[in-house]
Write a protein that binds this ligand. Structure first.
Ligand code: FUB
Length: 332
């Protein structure tokens, strides 16, 4: 009998994609017909756990590729090290990459010598790098988790993460030594967006808020932990709709919201990925040959150590009405 239930036809692999090193925060793109994956490179640095996430003490990046979905994974080696970035001191967190006119632009966050997260860009001739960093961080950049989205000829950078990602230190536009969270019944902190300049090295405009709305068109509130933004933005398009997806942080889901423009606003729709093994949940979505794939991580190979993660993938299925079938990271 032919199985016509799309959910049961979903391709899912619970196997870690990389096992010879720890990898996390996978940003996936198709370049030159292959899937390239840009993850964080988790390490055991012996840094004690704290609320700032200092134990996520990553120092460099490797780039990976696969010729086809769920195919063999190639490690292309070192692409960028913190030692080569003049402005960066520590904590090379979740990166992303895009291509323009044959050059590859690799965006990454790191803490500067004052322990303030900034965003940097490094440029290469190949999707796997190596990447040559700019001498300074992107002017006016802050916080973490850059994700770049190409819309026609325009490129947009999304970013922001609360708590260890410091977004709550920037509510007045300058860095505050104190956390400043809105009250539970006030609109939640927003992820950010800025169009990139033609040379891809700086913002072309002042950063703007991405508004995330509930079903009544009201901004999601700070106390709505199940739905409000925490970190890990990503944008993909399905048919004519823009999907903004993100981690809800302390409720550990990847949620998604939809809109008509890269700038939003986006209306909350549901859960794309349920909680995984480990505290963080971080993903990307890529389309290849008409199918969509979800890249994410969990802590399987470290036995649940939250800062020692491994990347995974699953097929992502959009229903006819545009809703997304929730992926469960655990066998049910
Ligand atoms: O990998 C370090 C941080 O953990 C990322 O920047 C967050 O999104 C979370 O996955």
């Amino acid at each position: 009998m032919t199985d016509t239930n799309p959910k049961s036809q979903q391709k899912f692999s619970s196997a870690p994609l990389v096992t010879h090193m720890y990898t996390a925060d996978p940003s996936a793109h198709v370049f030159e017909g292959k899937i390239y994956i840009y993850p964080s490179h988790d390490v055991e640095g012996g840094v004690p756990f704290n609320d700032d996430g200092s134990h996520f003490c990553m120092e460099d990046y490797h780039v990976f590729s696969m010729d086809k979905p769920f195919g063999e994974v190639t490690d292309h080696g070192l692409a960028l090290s913190v030692n080569d970035v003049p402005w960066a001191a520590r904590q090379m967190w979740a990166p992303d990459c895009t291509e323009k006119d044959g050059k590859y632009y690799f965006y990454f966050p790191a803490k500067d010598p004052d322990d303030v997260f900034r965003l940097g860009v490094a440029v290469g001739d190949r999707p796997e790098g190596p990447f040559e960093p700019q001498p300074e961080a992107i002017k006016g950049s802050f916080s973490i988790d850059p994700a770049v989205y190409k819309d026609g000829d325009d490129y947009y950078l999304y970013w922001g993460g609360i708590w260890g990602g410091q977004l709550q230190r920037w509510v007045n536009g300058t860095f505050s030594q104190q956390d400043q969270y809105p009250a539970d019944d006030e609109p939640a902190l927003c992820p950010k967006i800025a169009k990139l300049r033609d040379d891809m090295l700086e913002f072309a405009e002042e950063p703007r808020d991405i508004l995330l709305l509930d079903e009544n068109g009201e901004p999601l509130k700070t106390g709505d932990n199940a739905r409000r933004y925490f970190e890990g933005p990503w944008v993909h398009k399905f048919k004519d709709t823009y999907y903004f997806s993100y981690s809800t942080g302390d409720t550990h889901c990847i949620a998604y919201a939809t809109g008509d423009s890269p700038y939003g606003p986006f209306t909350y729709k549901g859960i794309m990925l349920e909680p995984v093994l480990g505290w963080t949940n971080h993903h990307s979505v890529v389309e290849k040959d008409g199918k969509y794939y979800l890249f994410y991580h969990d802590c399987e190979i470290s036995g649940g150590e939250t800062h020692l993660r491994n990347i995974k993938m699953a097929e992502l299925i959009h229903n006819e009405d545009g809703s997304i079938q929730t992926v469960s990271a655990f066998e049910k």
